[in-house]
Design a protein around this ligand. Structure first.
Ligand code: RIB
Length: 314
């Protein structure tokens, strides 16, 4: 699919693409410990790519900007994006650095630890975004994360502000954020740890989560949505906090749950739904994803979401 064939209400995702090497293990290793693990799975990942795939599978029109190496992983990633119906016009190839790789361990409680060798992702620079005016014109929502250089994220933020586009920042993995960047955001979607880092508020319950969200809003962000894992999500908008309950589902692997949440959120918002409606849709999509192994391997399709009834947790 090319830029010329896409329709209005486009979602633009700018971010990372990795190949995930996943080993299951009874527990996550402590420093110095060797663990004899279980099965090995190699599947496509990277927070940006996972979010772009989630948008495509859930019915959104998506352009993805990323940088891959000129190697087998990079070629495979580009081909997979095309098969998903993602506009790959602006997928860049780096001839000097390899494609990103993530080493992931998933334990019996479905928790994970991830180490990323960023490779080409660390070289996606503002210059690589030259010539994206056409796609910006028809973009409504831009989704970014923090696995690419912060200067690129800040450049995207400045474009979004100039063009009046809705910019969603999923601040993962956490890093210091400038006030100027925060002021460009329509919405920020931290998990509890990231929200604590940005707000300085320790989240121990719903009251402290609301306090953290309020502090983040005070930094100039339009709206705040904190993902609370098995407790759902908290939407904080114009001084009003609404908790969205989680779905009751057996977790197998939580890798990419946040990415599926963000992709689904962007799709629902692009369809004109409110923040709380979009958060409900996103909670359901991420619930389905944690019932399966892998990152992109776990991303649900729109028809599955529409026909699957899931019980709420509380
Ligand atoms: O959010 C999950 C993702 O983080 C994985 O797919 C891995 O590649 C890392 O980027």
């Amino acid at each position: 699919m090319t830029a010329e064939t896409s329709t209005p209400k486009q979602i633009l995702v700018v971010g990372s693409s990795n190949t995930d090497m996943v080993v299951r293990s009874s527990h996550l290793p402590r420093p110095g410990e060797t663990v004899l693990g279980g099965t090995f799975l190699m599947n496509p990942g990277g927070k940006g790519a996972n979010q772009a795939v989630a948008v495509a599978r859930l019915g959104g029109q998506v352009t993805f900007i990323c940088k891959v190496g000129s190697d087998i992983f990079g070629h495979q990633a580009r081909q997979l994006f095309e098969e998903e119906g993602i506009d790959t016009t602006y997928v860049c190839t780096d001839t000097e650095h390899p494609s990103g790789v993530a080493l992931i361990t998933v334990d019996d409680r479905a928790e994970n630890c991830i180490v990323v060798a960023s490779g080409a992702n660390a070289h996606l620079l503002p210059a690589d975004l030259a010539g994206i005016e056409k796609v910006l014109d028809r973009t409504e929502i831009i989704l970014v994360q923090l696995e690419i250089p912060i200067e690129t994220v800040e450049y995207v933020a400045s474009l979004a502000r100039e063009r009046g586009k809705k910019l969603i920042l999923n601040p993962a993995p956490a890093c210091p954020l400038s006030r100027e960047l925060l002021e460009c955001l329509y919405l920020i979607t931290p998990n509890e740890t990231e929200a604590e880092m940005i707000s300085g508020v320790k989240i121990v319950d719903e009251t402290s989560a609301v306090e953290a969200a309020a502090r983040i809003a005070e930094l100039g962000v339009g709206h705040v949505m904190i993902t609370l894992g098995s407790k759902g999500a908290l939407v904080y908008s114009e001084g009003v906090a609404t908790r969205i309950p989680a779905y009751d589902i057996q977790a197998v692997d939580t890798t990419a749950a946040g990415d599926v949440f963000n992709g689904a959120l962007a799709v629902s918002l692009s369809e004109g739904h409110s923040l709380t409606e979009a958060a409900r849709f996103a909670c359901k999509a991420s619930a389905l994803s944690i019932s399966r192994v892998g990152a992109q391997a776990s991303v649900p399709y729109r028809n599955e979401l529409d026909v699957t009834e899931l019980p709420l947790k509380d």
